[in-house]
Design a protein around this ligand. Structure first.
Ligand code: NAP
Length: 278
Protein backbone atom coordinates (compact mmCIF):
# COMPACT_ATOMS: atom_id res chain seq x y z
CA UNK A 1 0.00 0.00 0.00
CA UNK A 2 1.27 3.50 -0.88
CA UNK A 3 1.97 5.83 2.05
CA UNK A 4 0.01 9.01 1.31
CA UNK A 5 -1.13 12.13 3.16
CA UNK A 6 -4.13 10.11 4.42
CA UNK A 7 -2.09 7.25 5.91
CA UNK A 8 -2.60 6.69 9.66
CA UNK A 9 0.58 6.76 11.73
CA UNK A 10 0.95 4.18 14.49
CA UNK A 11 4.10 4.32 16.61
CA UNK A 12 5.96 2.26 19.14
CA UNK A 13 7.13 4.63 21.91
CA UNK A 14 9.83 3.39 24.28
CA UNK A 15 13.54 3.44 25.04
CA UNK A 16 15.28 1.32 23.83
CA UNK A 17 13.22 0.29 20.81
CA UNK A 18 15.88 -0.85 18.33
CA UNK A 19 15.36 -4.60 18.97
CA UNK A 20 11.56 -4.57 18.82
CA UNK A 21 9.85 -6.89 16.34
CA UNK A 22 6.61 -4.84 16.46
CA UNK A 23 7.26 -2.85 13.23
CA UNK A 24 7.72 -6.08 11.24
CA UNK A 25 4.63 -7.69 12.84
CA UNK A 26 2.30 -4.69 12.43
CA UNK A 27 3.38 -3.58 8.96
CA UNK A 28 2.96 -7.16 7.69
CA UNK A 29 -0.51 -7.21 9.26
CA UNK A 30 -1.46 -3.80 7.79
CA UNK A 31 -0.41 -5.01 4.31
CA UNK A 32 -2.31 -8.30 4.63
CA UNK A 33 -5.46 -6.59 5.91
CA UNK A 34 -5.18 -3.79 3.31
CA UNK A 35 -5.54 -1.01 5.91
CA UNK A 36 -4.06 2.43 5.24
CA UNK A 37 -1.53 2.68 8.07
CA UNK A 38 2.18 2.69 8.74
CA UNK A 39 3.89 1.55 11.95
CA UNK A 40 7.21 3.05 13.07
CA UNK A 41 9.30 2.79 16.23
CA UNK A 42 10.26 6.10 17.86
CA UNK A 43 12.73 6.37 20.71
CA UNK A 44 10.95 8.50 23.26
CA UNK A 45 12.08 10.11 26.53
CA UNK A 46 9.71 10.09 29.52
CA UNK A 47 9.16 13.85 29.32
CA UNK A 48 8.05 13.59 25.65
CA UNK A 49 5.57 10.73 26.17
CA UNK A 50 2.44 12.73 26.93
CA UNK A 51 3.03 15.14 24.03
CA UNK A 52 3.59 12.30 21.55
CA UNK A 53 0.53 10.36 22.72
CA UNK A 54 -1.84 13.34 22.68
CA UNK A 55 -0.52 14.68 19.38
CA UNK A 56 -0.67 11.35 17.57
CA UNK A 57 -4.11 10.46 18.95
CA UNK A 58 -5.54 13.86 17.95
CA UNK A 59 -4.12 13.31 14.44
CA UNK A 60 -6.07 10.05 14.16
CA UNK A 61 -3.12 7.79 14.93
CA UNK A 62 -2.03 5.85 17.97
CA UNK A 63 0.41 3.10 18.79
CA UNK A 64 2.08 0.98 21.42
CA UNK A 65 4.04 1.87 24.53
CA UNK A 66 6.92 -0.27 25.70
CA UNK A 67 9.52 -0.20 28.48
CA UNK A 68 10.07 1.92 30.46
CA UNK A 69 6.92 3.99 29.83
CA UNK A 70 3.93 1.62 30.30
CA UNK A 71 3.08 2.91 33.79
CA UNK A 72 3.50 6.55 32.87
CA UNK A 73 1.29 5.98 29.81
CA UNK A 74 -1.49 4.69 32.09
CA UNK A 75 -1.54 8.11 33.73
CA UNK A 76 -1.53 9.94 30.36
CA UNK A 77 -4.61 8.33 28.76
CA UNK A 78 -7.98 10.09 29.06
CA UNK A 79 -10.07 6.91 28.73
CA UNK A 80 -8.35 3.89 30.34
CA UNK A 81 -9.68 0.37 29.78
CA UNK A 82 -10.51 -1.90 32.68
CA UNK A 83 -7.14 -3.69 32.14
CA UNK A 84 -5.26 -0.35 32.35
CA UNK A 85 -7.05 0.59 35.56
CA UNK A 86 -6.48 -2.78 37.19
CA UNK A 87 -2.81 -3.25 36.16
CA UNK A 88 -1.73 0.42 36.23
CA UNK A 89 -0.03 -0.09 32.85
CA UNK A 90 -0.91 0.89 29.27
CA UNK A 91 0.71 -0.54 26.12
CA UNK A 92 -1.77 0.51 23.42
CA UNK A 93 -3.36 3.90 22.64
CA UNK A 94 -5.52 5.52 19.98
CA UNK A 95 -7.63 8.66 19.60
CA UNK A 96 -11.40 9.09 19.55
CA UNK A 97 -12.81 12.62 19.16
CA UNK A 98 -9.56 14.12 20.42
CA UNK A 99 -9.37 11.96 23.55
CA UNK A 100 -6.63 9.39 24.15
CA UNK A 101 -7.99 5.87 24.74
CA UNK A 102 -5.68 3.26 26.27
CA UNK A 103 -5.63 -0.50 26.82
CA UNK A 104 -3.15 -3.03 28.20
CA UNK A 105 -3.23 -5.75 25.55
CA UNK A 106 -0.58 -7.75 27.44
CA UNK A 107 -3.56 -8.98 29.50
CA UNK A 108 -5.58 -10.04 26.46
CA UNK A 109 -2.43 -11.38 24.75
CA UNK A 110 -1.58 -13.51 27.77
CA UNK A 111 -5.15 -14.81 28.05
CA UNK A 112 -5.24 -15.84 24.39
CA UNK A 113 -1.75 -17.40 24.53
CA UNK A 114 -2.43 -19.39 27.70
CA UNK A 115 -5.72 -20.67 26.28
CA UNK A 116 -3.96 -21.87 23.11
CA UNK A 117 -1.11 -23.40 25.12
CA UNK A 118 -3.26 -25.29 27.62
CA UNK A 119 -5.87 -26.21 25.00
CA UNK A 120 -8.31 -26.90 27.82
CA UNK A 121 -10.19 -25.16 30.61
CA UNK A 122 -8.29 -22.80 32.90
CA UNK A 123 -11.17 -22.78 35.36
CA UNK A 124 -10.08 -24.01 38.78
CA UNK A 125 -6.43 -24.71 37.92
CA UNK A 126 -3.60 -24.10 40.41
CA UNK A 127 -0.89 -21.79 39.05
CA UNK A 128 2.54 -20.58 40.19
CA UNK A 129 3.54 -17.13 38.89
CA UNK A 130 7.25 -16.30 39.16
CA UNK A 131 7.99 -12.55 39.22
CA UNK A 132 6.12 -9.42 40.25
CA UNK A 133 6.77 -6.79 37.56
CA UNK A 134 4.52 -5.49 34.80
CA UNK A 135 4.31 -8.84 33.00
CA UNK A 136 3.32 -10.56 36.26
CA UNK A 137 0.45 -8.12 36.74
CA UNK A 138 -0.84 -8.81 33.22
CA UNK A 139 -0.52 -12.58 33.74
CA UNK A 140 -2.18 -12.55 37.17
CA UNK A 141 -5.13 -10.50 35.94
CA UNK A 142 -5.45 -12.74 32.88
CA UNK A 143 -5.35 -15.92 34.98
CA UNK A 144 -7.95 -14.69 37.45
CA UNK A 145 -10.26 -13.47 34.68
CA UNK A 146 -9.90 -16.87 32.97
CA UNK A 147 -11.11 -18.50 36.19
CA UNK A 148 -7.88 -19.95 37.67
CA UNK A 149 -8.66 -21.46 41.08
CA UNK A 150 -5.58 -20.45 43.02
CA UNK A 151 -2.48 -18.46 42.04
CA UNK A 152 0.69 -18.50 44.15
CA UNK A 153 3.20 -15.72 43.47
CA UNK A 154 6.91 -16.00 44.18
CA UNK A 155 9.29 -13.09 43.55
CA UNK A 156 12.90 -12.42 44.57
CA UNK A 157 11.65 -9.26 46.30
CA UNK A 158 8.67 -10.51 48.35
CA UNK A 159 7.31 -7.02 49.00
CA UNK A 160 6.73 -6.47 45.27
CA UNK A 161 4.81 -9.76 45.12
CA UNK A 162 2.65 -8.60 48.05
CA UNK A 163 1.94 -5.32 46.24
CA UNK A 164 0.86 -7.19 43.07
CA UNK A 165 -1.34 -9.58 45.07
CA UNK A 166 -2.93 -6.66 46.95
CA UNK A 167 -3.60 -4.73 43.75
CA UNK A 168 -4.99 -7.51 41.59
CA UNK A 169 -5.17 -10.76 43.49
CA UNK A 170 -8.25 -10.82 45.66
CA UNK A 171 -8.79 -14.03 47.59
CA UNK A 172 -7.43 -16.37 44.93
CA UNK A 173 -3.82 -15.03 45.00
CA UNK A 174 -1.29 -15.85 47.72
CA UNK A 175 2.34 -14.80 48.11
CA UNK A 176 5.07 -17.33 48.86
CA UNK A 177 7.72 -15.22 50.64
CA UNK A 178 10.68 -17.64 50.41
CA UNK A 179 11.50 -20.10 47.65
CA UNK A 180 11.72 -23.05 50.06
CA UNK A 181 7.99 -22.48 50.62
CA UNK A 182 7.46 -24.03 47.18
CA UNK A 183 9.20 -27.32 47.96
CA UNK A 184 6.88 -30.26 47.28
CA UNK A 185 4.03 -28.03 46.02
CA UNK A 186 2.15 -29.13 42.88
CA UNK A 187 0.82 -26.91 40.09
CA UNK A 188 -1.12 -27.38 36.88
CA UNK A 189 0.81 -24.48 35.33
CA UNK A 190 4.01 -22.53 36.17
CA UNK A 191 4.48 -19.13 34.48
CA UNK A 192 7.82 -17.30 34.37
CA UNK A 193 7.29 -13.54 34.19
CA UNK A 194 10.76 -12.57 35.47
CA UNK A 195 13.41 -11.16 33.15
CA UNK A 196 15.59 -14.24 33.70
CA UNK A 197 16.41 -15.64 30.28
CA UNK A 198 16.79 -12.30 28.54
CA UNK A 199 20.58 -12.28 29.03
CA UNK A 200 22.84 -15.11 27.88
CA UNK A 201 23.91 -17.25 30.83
CA UNK A 202 20.83 -16.42 32.95
CA UNK A 203 19.71 -19.34 35.15
CA UNK A 204 16.07 -20.51 34.96
CA UNK A 205 13.74 -18.63 37.32
CA UNK A 206 13.20 -21.83 39.30
CA UNK A 207 14.47 -25.41 39.39
CA UNK A 208 11.16 -27.09 38.54
CA UNK A 209 12.42 -30.31 40.17
CA UNK A 210 11.75 -28.78 43.61
CA UNK A 211 8.01 -28.94 42.87
CA UNK A 212 6.10 -32.20 43.33
CA UNK A 213 4.34 -31.55 40.00
CA UNK A 214 4.35 -28.99 37.20
CA UNK A 215 1.71 -29.90 34.61
CA UNK A 216 2.90 -27.28 32.10
CA UNK A 217 5.44 -24.44 31.99
CA UNK A 218 4.95 -21.13 30.19
CA UNK A 219 7.74 -18.56 29.80
CA UNK A 220 6.89 -14.98 28.87
CA UNK A 221 10.52 -14.42 27.83
CA UNK A 222 11.37 -15.16 24.19
CA UNK A 223 14.43 -14.85 22.00
CA UNK A 224 16.43 -16.46 19.23
CA UNK A 225 17.37 -19.46 21.39
CA UNK A 226 15.26 -21.63 23.70
CA UNK A 227 14.99 -19.93 27.10
CA UNK A 228 16.58 -21.50 30.23
CA UNK A 229 13.09 -21.95 31.74
CA UNK A 230 11.88 -23.87 28.67
CA UNK A 231 15.09 -25.95 28.60
CA UNK A 232 14.67 -26.78 32.30
CA UNK A 233 11.08 -27.89 31.70
CA UNK A 234 12.06 -30.00 28.68
CA UNK A 235 14.72 -31.80 30.71
CA UNK A 236 11.99 -32.90 33.15
CA UNK A 237 9.59 -33.85 30.36
CA UNK A 238 7.23 -30.96 31.19
CA UNK A 239 5.25 -29.46 28.29
CA UNK A 240 6.49 -25.89 27.77
CA UNK A 241 6.34 -22.80 25.59
CA UNK A 242 8.08 -19.42 25.44
CA UNK A 243 6.64 -15.88 25.12
CA UNK A 244 6.42 -15.71 21.33
CA UNK A 245 2.71 -16.54 21.07
CA UNK A 246 1.90 -13.91 23.73
CA UNK A 247 3.95 -11.37 21.77
CA UNK A 248 1.93 -12.14 18.62
CA UNK A 249 -1.39 -12.18 20.49
CA UNK A 250 -0.84 -8.85 22.26
CA UNK A 251 0.08 -7.35 18.86
CA UNK A 252 -3.10 -8.83 17.34
CA UNK A 253 -5.16 -7.40 20.16
CA UNK A 254 -3.61 -3.94 19.59
CA UNK A 255 -4.34 -4.22 15.83
CA UNK A 256 -7.99 -4.91 16.68
CA UNK A 257 -8.20 -1.80 18.90
CA UNK A 258 -6.86 0.45 16.11
CA UNK A 259 -8.72 -1.03 13.14
CA UNK A 260 -11.88 -2.57 14.64
CA UNK A 261 -11.49 -5.79 12.71
CA UNK A 262 -9.92 -9.22 13.36
CA UNK A 263 -6.13 -9.31 13.04
CA UNK A 264 -4.47 -11.52 10.38
CA UNK A 265 -2.88 -13.70 13.04
CA UNK A 266 -1.07 -16.18 10.79
CA UNK A 267 0.63 -13.33 8.93
CA UNK A 268 1.69 -11.83 12.27
CA UNK A 269 3.08 -15.20 13.46
CA UNK A 270 5.08 -15.56 10.25
CA UNK A 271 6.37 -11.96 10.49
CA UNK A 272 7.82 -12.42 13.98
CA UNK A 273 9.90 -15.43 12.97
CA UNK A 274 12.26 -13.30 10.83
CA UNK A 275 13.41 -10.90 13.57
CA UNK A 276 13.69 -13.84 16.00
CA UNK A 277 15.75 -15.84 13.49
CA UNK A 278 13.36 -18.82 13.55
P1 NAP B 1 9.96 -5.79 35.20
O1 NAP B 1 8.72 -5.04 35.53
O2 NAP B 1 11.26 -5.08 35.16
O3 NAP B 1 10.05 -7.03 36.24
C1 NAP B 1 11.16 -7.86 36.23
C2 NAP B 1 10.93 -9.08 37.12
O4 NAP B 1 12.07 -9.95 37.00
C3 NAP B 1 10.78 -8.77 38.62
O5 NAP B 1 9.91 -9.71 39.20
C4 NAP B 1 12.22 -8.99 39.12
O6 NAP B 1 12.32 -9.32 40.49
C5 NAP B 1 12.62 -10.19 38.30
N1 NAP B 1 14.07 -10.33 38.20
C6 NAP B 1 14.92 -9.54 37.50
N2 NAP B 1 16.19 -9.98 37.66
C7 NAP B 1 16.11 -11.08 38.46
C8 NAP B 1 17.09 -11.98 38.99
N3 NAP B 1 18.40 -11.84 38.72
N4 NAP B 1 16.66 -13.01 39.78
C9 NAP B 1 15.35 -13.17 40.06
N5 NAP B 1 14.37 -12.33 39.59
C10 NAP B 1 14.77 -11.30 38.79
O7 NAP B 1 9.81 -6.49 33.76
P2 NAP B 1 8.46 -6.93 33.04
O8 NAP B 1 7.93 -5.82 32.21
O9 NAP B 1 7.56 -7.57 34.03
O10 NAP B 1 9.00 -8.03 32.00
C11 NAP B 1 9.49 -9.27 32.46
C12 NAP B 1 9.77 -10.18 31.27
O11 NAP B 1 8.56 -10.49 30.58
C13 NAP B 1 10.71 -9.55 30.22
O12 NAP B 1 11.65 -10.52 29.86
C14 NAP B 1 9.81 -9.25 29.05
O13 NAP B 1 10.47 -9.39 27.82
C15 NAP B 1 8.74 -10.32 29.19
N6 NAP B 1 7.47 -9.90 28.58
C16 NAP B 1 7.02 -10.61 27.50
C17 NAP B 1 5.85 -10.25 26.88
C18 NAP B 1 5.37 -11.06 25.71
O14 NAP B 1 4.54 -10.56 24.96
N7 NAP B 1 5.86 -12.27 25.53
C19 NAP B 1 5.11 -9.16 27.34
C20 NAP B 1 5.57 -8.45 28.46
C21 NAP B 1 6.78 -8.83 29.06
P3 NAP B 1 12.54 -8.15 41.62
O15 NAP B 1 11.17 -7.56 41.84
O16 NAP B 1 13.06 -8.90 42.79
O17 NAP B 1 13.51 -7.17 41.03
Amino acid sequence: MMVTARTRVLTLLGDPIAHSASPEIQNAAFAEAGVDGVYVAVRCAAEDLSGFMHGLARAGGGGNITLPHKEKAAAVVDVPSDAVRRTGACNTFWGVDGRVHGDNTDVDGFRRAVRIFLDGPITGIRVLVLGAGGAARAALLGLLDEGAGEVLIYNRTAERARAVARRIGGERARVVPVISGLDGEGFDLVVNTTRLGLEPGDPPAIDLARLSRAGAAMDLVYGREKTPFVLGAERLGIRSTDGMEMLVQQAASSFERWWNRPAPIDTMRAAVRGPLGR
